[in-house]
Design a protein around this ligand. Structure first.
Ligand code: SF4
Ligand code: SF4
Ligand code: FES
Length: 520
């Protein structure tokens, strides 16, 4: 393999890699604005200059391909002087409004100035070229043209990734300005990524602007729950509140991107309508129950029904639940209760999980774990998605006495279907899990308040069968519990099986039982 020496250390590299890429891969920082690992090279900011022995001039490391035997210096006096010069040019007309800029704390310009600049301005404030500020370009982004360093990342993103081509430069020299044609809105479904790729505060998020300084946020590495792609994300939180979702780089799944739908999905976590207590329906009205009481009452009724009618149970798993939740669900209903009527709700199954909604990331199946359920042998009923009509047929044909739904969606979907509502009337016990408050006319007996993906740890399996870890980022809401906690307590009550101490223990069991998980 060819080798290159950077700052006295020798590194191997792949043919075609730039000096900057080799340096970055090996933890050597070369300051840069226009280079972005998932965009075509532009080489226009000149910030990444380095000295290469036997070359007369400094070169831009982002667009200079590494060669065998090359000797590179990233921090020589010549390089430092050049980088300082570039920074001085970029800051010459910059408004330096960091105290009111939402990018502060994650701004390349601010960080590089502190590290490589520290010069005094040679220009008077009154001489600066002023440009337009706070231009709303649709629901997702706000543009401040005088903070722009003209790196062209936004132009290349819209040209090569979304292929929508909204951005371009106008005018010349120090009046060059970034913008869209007559301030046209940028409403492509991936426009939120422009906030992340803009290295300065020129493009900021309309949603997140001024809500919280970024250094107060805590970031948790997790997975987007809004479709079967399973994009890797950071969920940023503070004091039990979710503030934003950002993409987390994964070259095999989402590279550096996420869609707007996934980005804004954090709002559901803070929703006022989150269910905080477990409920029992009595005389047509809900009353709240402690968790222990809810487990005691439901398991007592479950035991009574299954003692003589174990095959008259319909159990519906949710593709929003984790692998660990679904594994315990199967254990309760298949191994202990032994009903043959166990299905996956809400999704049309494998075909939708794999089907693309566009050529970038989004998929038709808006659930993160359809494939996990399928791998563990829980599928949609024959003929596809479990609709209220199909559920009504199953209930009638099998004289179902007990229903257990891991989510309220089927009941919500069927609330106007006479056939479905009539079928439910003949069922003795209906138990659901729900993240949100349920209407009082819902034909259910018990509701367990369930946690969101952000309040539990576990794993999801994406459309391609890739198992990815989610991590707890928020405390439980009220008395809500993760699906697996509720199911393991039910399991304990009906079978005496031990409770798991950690969710990881469940995953170890899954690995032993299912081939698709065995080598993880
Ligand atoms: S708006 Fe941001 S991403 Fe676009 S050219 Fe300016 S600095 Fe670069
Ligand atoms: S493409 Fe799917 S998984 Fe990725 S961010 Fe969007 S909704 Fe989430
Ligand atoms: S990062 Fe190399 S020229 Fe901009």
């Amino acid at each position: 393999m060819p080798k290159i020496t950077i700052d006295g250390k020798e590194f191997e590299f792949e043919k075609g890699e730039s000096i900057l890429q080799v340096a970055e891969r090996n933890g050597i920082e070369i300051p840069h604005f226009c280079y972005h690992k998932d965009l075509p090279w532009a080489g226009n900011c000149r910030m990444c200059q380095v000295e290469v022995e036997k070359m007369p001039k400094l070169v831009i490391s982002c667009a200079t391909v590494a060669q065998d035997g090359m000797v590179v210096h990233t921090n020589s006096p010549r390089v430092r002087k050049a980088v300082r010069g570039v920074l001085e040019f970029l800051l010459l007309n910059h408004p330096i409004d960091c105290p009111i800029c939402d990018q502060a704390g994650e701004c390349y310009l601010q960080d590089y100035y502190m590290k490589y600049g520290l010069h005094d301005s040679r220009i008077d404030l009154s001489e600066k070229v002023r440009k337009r500020k706070a231009i709303r370009l649709g629901d997702m982004i706000v543009l401040d043209t005088e903070r722009c360093v003209l790196c062209s990342r936004c132009i290349r993103f819209c040209e090569h990734i979304t292929k929508t081509g909204e951005f371009g430069f106008s005018y010349r020299g120090n009046r060059t300005e970034i913008g869209t044609f007559y301030d046209a809105v940028v409403d492509n479904p991936y426009s939120g990524n422009l906030v992340d790729i803009c290295p300065v505060g020129a493009i900021t998020s309309r949603d997140f602007r001024f809500k919280c300084r970024v250094w107060f946020l805590e970031s948790t590495e997790t997975i987007c729950p809004s479709c079967s792609t399973g994009c890797n994300i950071f969920l940023d939180t503070k004091d039990g509140i979710a503030y934003r979702i950002r993409p987390r780089y994964n070259p095999d799944v989402n590279k550096s991107w996420i869609c707007n739908e996934g980005r804004l999905s954090y709002k559901l976590l803070n929703d006022e309508a989150r269910l905080l207590q477990h409920l029992e329906k009595e005389n047509g009205a809900y009353k709240s129950l402690s968790y222990e009481n809810a487990i005691e009452k439901t398991t007592e009724k479950i035991k009574r029904i299954v003692s003589s009618n174990n095959e008259k149970v319909l159990a519906i798993a949710s593709p929003d639940a984790t692998n660990e939740d679904i594994y315990l669900f199967k254990k309760v209903f298949s191994h202990y209760i032994r009903t043959p009527h166990i299905y996956l709700g809400e999704t049309s199954g494998k075909e939708d999980a794999e089907k693309r909604e566009d050529q970038i990331l989004r998929r038709i199946d808006k659930h993160p774990n359809t494939m996990g359920a399928i791998f563990m042998g829980i599928s949609t009923p024959p003929g596809g998605k479990l609709t209220p009509q199909k559920a009504a047929e199953i209930i009638k044909a099998n004289d179902i006495k007990m229903l257990y739904f891991m989510s309220p969606s089927l009941i919500k979907e069927g609330e106007n279907s006479e056939e479905f509502i009539n079928a439910l009337k003949g069922v003795e016990l209906i138990i659901i899990h729900s993240m949100f408050v349920v209407p009082s006319n819902f034909p259910v007996n018990y509701v367990f308040a369930s946690s969101s993906y952000a309040e539990v740890s576990g794993t999801f399996t994406n459309y391609a069968g890739k198992v990815q870890r989610i991590k707890k980022a928020l405390p439980n809401k009220g008395d809500a519990r993760g699906h697996y906690e509720i199911l393991q307590d039910i399991l304990f009550e009906i079978s005496g099986e031990k409770r798991y101490e950690k969710v990881e223990e469940i995953f170890e069991e899954i690995k032993r039982e299912y081939e698709q998980f065995s080598n993880l």
